[in-house]
Design a protein around this ligand. Structure first.
Ligand code: 5GP
Ligand code: MG
Ligand code: MG
Length: 179
C-alpha cells in the first residue's frame, strides 16, 4: 500500500525558506527563476520572494505516451518565453521522482544559452536519477501538496473506494471544503 506524506502550506513555506538559505550560502547570483508547471510554480514564486529575484518564467512538462510506445516520457507542452541567454537560471519543481521531468527541462533550457543552470525541488525521492542541486528533504512516500489535494482525494475515493473519513486520515486535516 502507498505511504502518503501530506504537506501543509506552512511546511511548503519553511521548505522553500530552507532551500533559499542553502542558495544564499553559495556565491550563486540567480538572475531568472523558471517554474515547472504546474506543481513547481508555487515553490518557484516563493523562492522569487525569498531570494529577491523578480524575473520568472515557466515551462510546462507533461507525460505523454506516443503511439506504440511502452514508457511514458515527459514532453515540453508550453515553451519558455523569458530570456535566459547568459543568465544564471534556477529551475524549480515540487518534487523529483524518477527525475525525468528535470532532465528534460534542463536539456531543453541548455539550447537557450544560459550561463549556468541550477535546480531545486522541495522533495526528492531516494531513487531519482536526477539529484537536484538544492532540495528541502528526501522522502519515499507519495507527497500530497496543498495544490493537488483535491485530485488526490478524488483518486482515493473514486479509484480505491476509500471513504471521506479514511481520506481525511491520510491528508491529516479536514477536507470538507473539497467538493
Ligand atoms: P518525475 O519526472 O521526476 O518522475 O516526476 C516529477 C513530477 O511528477 C512532479 O513534477 C510531480 O508533478 C509528479 N510527482 C512525482 N512524485 C510525486 C508525489 O509524491 N506527489 C505528487 N503530488 N506529485 C508527484
Ligand atoms: Mg549570494
Ligand atoms: Mg509536475
Amino acid at each position: 500500500p502507498t505511504r502518503f506524506k501530506p504537506v501543509s502550506w506552512r511546511e511548503v513555506e519553511e521548505g522553500c525558506a530552507h532551500i533559499a538559505e542553502k542558495i544564499l550560502a553559495t556565491n550563486l547570483n540567480v538572475d531568472v527563476i523558471v517554474g515547472i508547471l504546474r506543481g513547481g510554480w508555487i515553490p518557484a514564486r516563493l523562492l522569487s520572494d525569498y531570494l529577491g529575484v523578480d524575473t520568472m518564467g515557466a515551462l510546462e512538462v507533461k507525460f505523454y505516451r506516443g503511439v506504440g510506445e511502452t514508457a511514458e516520457k515527459p514532453v515540453i507542452t508550453q515553451p519558455l518565453i523569458v530570456n535566459v541567454r547568459d543568465k544564471v537560471v534556477l529551475v524549480v519543481d515540487d518534487v523529483s521522482d524518477t527525475g525525468k521531468t528535470l532532465t528534460v527541462a534542463v536539456n531543453f533550457l541548455m539550447h537557450y544559452g544560459p550561463r549556468k543552470i541550477v535546480t531545486a525541488t522541495l522533495y526528492v525521492k531516494p531513487w531519482s536519477m536526477y539529484r537536484p542541486d538544492f532540495y528541502h528533504s528526501e522522502t519515499d512516500a507519495w507527497i500530497i501538496f496543498p495544490w493537488d489535494k483535491a485530485e488526490t482525494v478524488v483518486e482515493l475515493v473514486a479509484k480505491r473506494g476509500l471513504s471521506i473519513e479514511e481520506v481525511s486520515k491520510i491528508t491529516g486535516e479536514s477536507i470538507d471544503f473539497i467538493r
